[in-house]
Every structure is written in structure tokens, then in C-alpha cells.
Design a binder for this molecule. Structure first.
Ligand code: SF4
Length: 212
């Protein structure tokens, strides 16, 4: 059955000011609950899988707060969970655009068609997309959410998208404990040389009992 939950009901977290979620920018971070993957190293498992137990944020309150603080912010980061899983995502982003602030969206890269639509529509200015590791390790890295072929196919489409939208997409790989130095080299090698891939340190899950 199609997801009919209004998009703002999926917004289940906010960090008013962040210096590290959009490199070089001061942003307010909003978190969309829900994810189609089940990475055993998920940094925010409650938000990904048990988001309905978290309080939702009020649309008008958030938008008014963003407008009030606009002069001190460079933009908004929409993270998750996986924002591309949100039905009505375009409406949510259109609401955020009314603040006049640019938006960066974080994604696991599993829905290249959605990412293409958002870029074409000017609904996001920047995308940060995960490359979780070598394609062959995707089943374990994503809790069987993506196999090697799915990962290669989806991310290859995002690589093409990055070339069509220069400077708007960058790729990230988190150095989770199961990735060896050789795996990290293989990850870099499978991303085209002309596209940026940032390796970031692994942060332990906030609630280890949520990761199962
Ligand atoms: S894609 Fe991100 S939010 Fe989803 S399970 Fe993996 S680490 Fe968690």
C-alpha cells in the first residue's frame, strides 16, 4: 500500500545549528524518519526504524523558526533516515524553499530517479550520497537492503547525474569497522576519478540496542 503519511509527519528531529553537516556552511538540520535499508552500523537507528515513536515537528513552527534565523544560517540540511522514502517529499522541499534558504539533502543513493527529479526541479541545491563500500559488500553493509547489482546500478545512475549537475553532488563513505583498508581502496576505485568521494570517520550508533 502506498505511503499516505503527510510529509511533515515524517519530520522527527531537528538540530538548530550544525557546522558539520554541509561542509563549509552553517545549517539547520531536519531529520526525516524511516529508511529502506537496515545498515547494522546505522548511526541513528531509532530515527531510521522506530521513527513513529519520536515526536513530530510542527510545520508552521519550523518554518517560522527558519525564517526568523535565516540571517545566521547558510542553508538547511534534510537528513534521515532516508528522505527519498518520504511520500510528498517535493511538497516538503517546496515548503523549505519558501524560507529562501538553499537545501542540501542526504541520501543512501538507492533512488536515483527521485534524486534526478529533485535536481531538475531545483528543489535541492546539493546532494550528499553514500557509497557504503565495495559493491560486493553491500548486502552485509545494508542489512540485505541492497545487493551488489542493485548498488552498482543505482550508484552508477547517480554518478551520471553528478556529471549532469557539476558541483551539486558529492559522495561519502563512512569508515565502518568492517571495511578494511583494501575495501576503502576498492570503494574509491569504483567511484569515477572525476567525482568527489569523502571518507568520514565512523560514529558508534546512538542506541546500540536499536541496531538489530
Ligand atoms: S541508509 Fe543511513 S539511515 Fe538508512 S539504515 Fe543505513 S545508515 Fe541508517
Amino acid at each position: 500500500m502506498a505511503d499516505t503519511i503527510p510529509p511533515w509527519e515524517r519530520v522527527r528531529g531537528m538540530v538548530p545549528v550544525s557546522l558539520c553537516d554541509w561542509p563549509g556552511k552553517i545549517t539547520c538540520v531536519l531529520f526525516a524518519g524511516g529508511c529502506n535499508l537496515r545498515c547494522p552500523t546505522c548511526h541513528n537507528a531509532s530515527l531510521a526504524w522506530k521513527w513513529k515513536s519520536l515526536p513530530s515537528l510542527n510545520r508552521e513552527t519550523v518554518l517560522a523558526d527558519l525564517r526568523r534565523r535565516k540571517r545566521w544560517l547558510d542553508g538547511i540540511t534534510l537528513s534521515g533516515g532516508e528522505p527519498t522514502c518520504v511520500a510528498g517529499l517535493d511538497d516538503l522541499l517546496a515548503d523549505l524553499a519558501t524560507t529562501g534558504l538553499p537545501v542540501k539533502l542526504d541520501s543512501n543513493g538507492s533512488a536515483p530517479d527521485v534524486l534526478a527529479r529533485l535536481l531538475r526541479g531545483g528543489l535541492v541545491q546539493t546532494l550528499a550520497v553514500d557509497v557504503k563500500g565495495p559493491w560486493s559488500l553491500y548486502p552485509g553493509l545494508t542489512g540485505q537492503g541492497m545487493d551488489a547489482e542493485m548498488a552498482r546500478d543505482a550508484l552508477s545512475q547517480v554518478f551520471d547525474l553528478a556529471r549532469q549537475h557539476p558541483g551539486q553532488i558529492y559522495f561519502r563513505c563512512t569508515k565502518v569497522p568492517s571495511l578494511s583498508p583494501t575495501d576503502l581502496e576498492a570503494t574509491r576505485a569504483q567511484v569515477p576519478e572525476d567525482l568527489p568521494l569523502h571518507f568520514q570517520e565512523y560514529v558508534s550508533p546512538r542506541n546500540s540496542d536499536d541496531v538489530s
